[in-house]
Design a protein around this ligand. Structure first.
Ligand SMILES: Nc1ncnc2c1ncn2[C@@H]1O[C@H](COP(=O)(O)OP(=O)(O)OP(=O)(O)O)[C@@H](O)[C@H]1O
Ligand SMILES: [Mg+2]
Length: 508
């Protein structure tokens, strides 16, 4: 008799349905597994056989063939153990096959019959619901994660016997639906703790308000890392949908927090400059997301920016443009989201103290070479640049009095500016000012006459590139949005010029 049960394959952060067919017939006793399987799935044969025996199930001395379809999709991971075992139990008539209709199964088996947790459960449960399954049986270790999906019954089991008992008696724990109780905005600290650095703080506010990428330059200890790590705290709160997508990414990466719940905070990822391409972009035989995806809806911070190797930094180009990344795989590509805001930090020169001539020992040539190490195509995608001077010790030790606005105060202004953009970009493919390309910016950004004249004049004087011109325009638009102004005025353009790239001003 042929019996089918259903499971799921995860590719990127999306899952698809896999049918597990089991057949019992005469012939040499044994289990055969077919269906374009990766090594670990082929090994399931032994795991499943021993786990079934140790769970007290008698396997008839017959030929058992298990096929995983569709046949053209490569199946990897250990999540097929449980569905394979369930398929065999149905085919052997140990479980009435009709009872498993409408069920999905995911889980790894230990030799003792225990069901172990797997990665990517959220995507599987989500797909099960979308495809009309009424229930899904998953490892109890993943139950909290599975419970995040509404509209499907999610059962957690800790052993194969418990999963089987579900269909004959009562086995498994039904997940309680999880209530979304809002995002968490807590970060390592508050903006008000950063002394001085008002320009840099303002640059961060503008950057977040228009989702612009940001470059911070300053000597060691000026607070670049401190500022960058607080940026998630001034971003708007995560919405439920964003949180769900982020949780899928972390689930596939196997990085969900131990309580298994949702990702409720915007991430701050700070890969080291020696990070490899797969660590940044994602990869592996069963591709898992890299830093660019783990930073989605939050900040990707590249400290010591010029130290990053060209080769590894170039992988940022696609995600910066498209907000997603393709990871090459044996058979085709896997896609992960990569919707981060880039914050890069660097010293002004190799020793870090330029232009302080008392401390800086670098020659102009050394400085030029140091800056030349930065990838130009990436720099082209950074709209704002802020210099952070060294802070005098007296100022640092000036007590605990807050310095400037709190993160919450800044976040409120940012949220207003973003809602203005939502309105403006209704019916367009854009969401933030930073995403609007040249021609569209000319059409969508209203500049008053003075501002247009100033911008044109500035462009002519400095000979700035078309790229630089539009960068200024976009930043000025965001500044005007923060200001609650429908038209971009003179003062907005002037402020934007203050945050321009040094390179843009130097082109002549
Ligand atoms: N503006 C500031 N206000 C308050 N504390 C500061 C400020 N700048 C630096 N600090 C203190 O100095 C420490 C070092 O700062 P941080 O690591 O952010 O410097 P940095 O600019 O990243 O230096 P580096 O170039 O060496 O990476 C911080 O943890 C903080 O305690
Ligand atoms: Mg630092």
């Amino acid at each position: 008799m042929i019996c089918s049960v259903y499971s799921f394959a995860v590719s990127g952060i999306e899952a698809s349905v896999i049918r597990v067919e089991a057949d019992v017939s005469g012939g040499l006793p044994g289990i055969d597994l077919v269906g374009y399987l990766a090594g670990e799935v082929r090994e399931a044969r032994e795991r499943v056989r021993v786990a079934m025996k140790n769970s007290g199930f008698f396997i008839p001395a017959k030929r058992i063939t298990v096929n995983l379809s569709p046949a053209d999709e490569r199946k990897g991971g250990t999540g097929y153990d449980l569905p394979i075992a369930m398929g065999i139990l149905c085919a052997c008539d140990i479980i009435p096959a009709v009872l498993t209709d409408g069920y999905g199964f995911v889980g790894e088996l230990g030799l003792d019959g225990r069901v172990r947790g797997v990665t990517g459960i959220l995507s599987c449960v989500y797909e099960a619901k979308q495809r009309g399954f009424h229930s899904i049986i998953i490892p109890s270790a993943n139950l909290e994660e599975g419970a995040l999906v509404e509209g499907i019954r999610v059962y957690g089991v800790s052993s194969l016997a418990e999963a089987a008992r579900h269909f004959t008696d009562t086995g498994g724990t039904l997940a309680e639906p999880v209530q979304w109780n809002g995002a968490d905005t807590e970060t390592v600290g508050d903006f008000a703790q950063i002394r001085g650095q008002f320009l840099a703080k303002r640059a961060a506010e503008i950057a977040v308000a228009g989702m612009h990428n940001l470059l911070l330059t300053g000597p060691p200890g000026s607070g670049k890392t401190m500022l960058a790590s607080r940026i998630p705290g001034i971003m708007p709160k995560l919405t439920f949908e964003e949180s769900l997508e982020l949780t899928k990414v972390y689930s596939v990466a196997g990085l969900l927090p131990a309580d298994g719940g949702m990702m409720r905070k915007r991430p701050f990822r700070s890969p080291h400059h020696t990070a490899t391409v797969p660590a940044l972009a994602g990869g592996g035989r069963m591709p898992i997301p890299g830093e660019v995806s783990l930073a989605s809806f939050g900040v990707l911070f590249l400290d010591e920016f010029p130290e990053f190797r060209r080769g590894s930094i170039e992988v940022l180009r696609q995600p910066l443009e498209e907000k997603r990344i393709h990871v090459a795989r044996l058979n085709g590509n896997v896609e992960f989201p990569a919707k981060f805001m880039l914050v890069a930090a660097m010293n002004p020169c190799p020793c870090g103290y330029y232009p302080d001539r008392n401390r800086c020992t670098c020659t102009p040539d050394m400085i030029k070479r140091y800056k030349g190490r930065i990838s130009r195509p990436i720099l082209d995608r950074i709209d704002l640049c802020a210099t952070m001077p060294g802070i005098p010790v007296q100022e640092l030790s000036a007590g605990d009095a807050p310095s400037g606005d709190t993160s919450e105060g800044i976040r409120r202004r940012v949220e207003c500016a973003i809602s203005v953009q939502r309105e403006r970009y209704k019916g367009t493919p854009y969401r933030y000012n930073s995403e609007v390309p040249g021609e569209a910016a000319d059409r969508l950004f209203a500049l008053d006459r003075e501002a247009s004249v100033l911008l044109a004049h500035y462009a002519e004087e400095t000979g700035c590139s078309a790229r630089g011109y539009y960068r200024l325009k976009r930043v000025a638009r965001t500044i005007a949005d923060l200001d609650g102004s429908t038209k971009v005025g003179n003062r907005h353009v002037t402020e934007a010029i203050g945050f321009r790239m040094e390179e843009d001003a130097n082109v002549s």
